[in-house]
Structures are given as C-alpha cells and as structure tokens.
Design a protein around this ligand. Structure first.
Ligand SMILES: [Mg+2]
Length: 163
C-alpha cells in the first residue's frame, strides 16, 4: 500500500521540473493537476513563469493535458488559457481521467508522467496505473475544505516515506 503512495520524484514546484529530466526517462506526455499544482486553489491567475515553463515542455516534445477533479467551468477556462487539453471532474484517484488523458496524448502509461500536489489522488492514482509520478509542494494552504483532513494523513505518510 505504502509503495503506491510514493512518488517517483518530488519537486518544490512544477517550475523546477526540468522537461529534459522527464524525456530522459522516456516520458512523452504530462498529466497536469490544476489546483495547487499550476496555480493556487481558488485563484484565477497563473504564477509568473508558468507559460514559459509550458513552452519548454512543448519544446522538449512533451504533450500535456490538465486532469482535474474540479468543475468544468474552472478547468476549461484555465486549461484553455494555457492552450492544453483538459479533463474535468476526473474523479482521481480513479483511473478514468488518467486513461482519457493518455488517449488524448497518445501515450502509454510508461510514457506518461502525472504531476500533482496530492498523494491520495495524483500520486496514488498515477502509481496504480504504472505512470511516472511527480509530487509537488501545494502552492497554497487554501484548498477545498474536505482536503484539509486528508493533508494531515498525507503529512504522516510523507514522514513515513522520508520525503
Ligand atoms: Mg491539486
């Protein structure tokens, strides 16, 4: 169980994730979580540097697709602003959203990385399908109220994993 919760890689911020590091591992597509991964939860503005980072991702030949459990309006608006495909109401950690993203990007599980801030949705869901998983530090302390309790358990898991 614990091994399914361990990310392949941990980085402070998506901006610190070098596309070349991923392509060197045979990755061709990125499943990107939205809230607290690409921008703070509840906010509308992407952080400085995100568009440039996404440009580097594309230049490295990586496909990208936003996969979020959030509602259509928010996911569609923000992912469209980034110019990437998107899936809303993904129901992570269930596999449906991840599989739909891989179908859009035309990638196999071993060629796909998921980047997200939550162990029990992004990392667990990705690991179960055999994806490369990248955990990032949440961009904000603000989040969906239901997530707060989960964070406490997550903190315990991170300590146990030594991350
Ligand atoms: Mg998130």
């Amino acid at each position: 169980m614990l091994s399914f919760l361990r990310p392949s890689l941990f980085v402070d911020s998506v901006l610190k994730l070098r596309p070349q590091t991923l392509t060197a591992c045979g990755i061709r597509g990125l499943v990107l979580d939205l809230d607290n991964t690409l921008l703070p939860w509840g906010e509308e503005e992407f952080p400085r540097g995100l568009l440039a980072w996404l440009g580097e991702v594309r230049l490295a030949g990586l496909a990208a697709c936003v996969v979020s459990n959030n509602k259509r309006r928010r996911v569609e608006r923000l992912a469209s602003a980034l110019g990437v495909s998107w899936i809303h109401g993904a129901g992570k950690p269930r596999g449906r959203g991840f599989r739909a993203a891989m179908a859009i990007m035309g990638t196999a599980p071993r060629e796909t990385a998921v980047v997200g801030d939550q162990i029990f949705t992004d990392v667990f869901g990705g690991n179960r399908l055999g994806l490369f998983t990248v955990l990032v530090t949440p961009m904000s302390n603000r989040e969906f109220p239901g997530t707060r309790l989960v964070r406490l358990v997550e903190w315990l898991v991170l300590r146990r994993l030594g991350i």
